[in-house]
Design a protein around this ligand. Structure first.
Ligand SMILES: Nc1nc2c(ncn2[C@@H]2O[C@H](COP(=O)(O)OP(=O)(O)O[C@H]3O[C@H](CO)[C@@H](O)[C@H](O)[C@@H]3O)[C@@H](O)[C@H]2O)c(=O)[nH]1
Ligand SMILES: [Mg+2]
Length: 277
């Protein structure tokens, strides 16, 4: 199953202490790809786990999956940490032109991988798994505080993108678009939002695939207060990135208008002009 075919699709999985989830994740992804109705052939797909030195048996687990013929590899980072930077590293190492990012903890259903990968094309350069589409239940098993945080985070991002769920960690991008993005913010959790803006993805190039966010059954969430503060910092940077030129233009217009008004006011107060009336 692995090796000889050209790889056109790469699935990037950031993982930290996810050993219990790796086997079901990889086997379910390939099972979905091997179905007769899969729009993407299994032998054109690789899975890359980007692990931050979890030392929980993840590397050994991946090795045994490889021996069983699954096209999966693991990058173990020892010098860096963080979800977004792990995703960026995976995209840099990917062989495929069509790249998908998904969580290791099975909250992103592996059965959606073929559809998500197939949605990418030269004209549809970004695919977003959205929890706000028709027919999906939005994080129904989440506690209230997590829903409030999620809704607030989404509202704050509204002026930045028309995408319905830029907070989603289930998304894909074409390699050529990824390579266009400059100055990515690799801190925090929200790399899709950064890519949408910094890779300059037009609204009509975003394909949206509604999915129901699952429940984590193994391991623990890594979302902390620090991650939320990093999100606010990322938002501030993106607002500046997107609107600074407009703001400078607006300030120039205001200053020029004030100068013109001041000059004409001074003109009307001068003795010469007073003689005229
Ligand atoms: N390599 C690496 N992976 C990490 C790190 N932190 C988290 N991950 C991995 O990133 C994935 C998501 O982390 P969770 O801790 O499970 O996140 P969550 O709270 O469930 O948040 C999810 O929902 C958000 C939407 O509200 C998504 O934005 C986010 O990507 C994630 O899907 C998991 O596979 C986890 O192992 C890290 O420091 N390093
Ligand atoms: Mg999770």
């Amino acid at each position: 199953m692995s090796g000889r075919q050209t790889i056109h699709y790469s699935v990037i999985v950031p993982a930290y202490r996810e050993n219990g989830n790796i086997r079901p994740l990889v086997t379910r992804i390939f099972e979905a790809l091997r179905r007769l109705d899969s729009p993407v052939p299994a032998d054109q797909v690789e899975v890359i786990i980007v692990d931050d030195n979890s030392r929980d048996g993840s590397a050994e687990n991946v090795q045994s999956l490889q021996q069983e013929g699954y096209n999966v590899r693991i990058i173990v980072r020892t010098m860096e940490r963080g979800l977004s930077s792990a995703v960026v590293r995976g995209f840099q190492e990917a062989l495929g032109d069509n790249m998908l990012c998904m969580d290791a903890d099975l909250q992103h259903p592996p059965e959606y991988v073929p559809t998500m990968l197939a949605a990418l094309s030269p004209s549809s350069t970004f695919v977003l798994g959205t929890r706000y589409g028709p027919g999906v239940e939005m994080d129904k098993d989440w506690p209230v505080h997590r829903r409030i945080i999620s809704a607030g985070a989404r509202i704050l991002a509204l002026p930045l993108t028309s995408a319905s769920d830029p907070m989603s960690g289930f998304f894909g991008i074409r390699k050529e678009s990824f390579l266009k993005a400059r100055g990515l913010n690799s801190q925090g959790f929200k790399i899709a939002l950064d890519l949408l803006i910094k890779a300059n993805i037009p609204a009509d190039a975003i394909a949206e695939v509604p999915f129901s966010f699952g429940v984590r059954s193994e391991g623990e969430s890594k979302l902390t207060g620090k991650v939320m503060i990093k999100y606010l910092e990322q938002l501030a940077e993106l607002y500046w990135y997107k609107y600074s030129a407009l703001l400078v233009f607006f300030i120039i217009i205001v200053v020029v208008t004030l100068l013109v008004l001041a000059r004409s006011a001074m003109g009307s107060l001068s003795p010469e002009s007073q003689h005229k009336y």
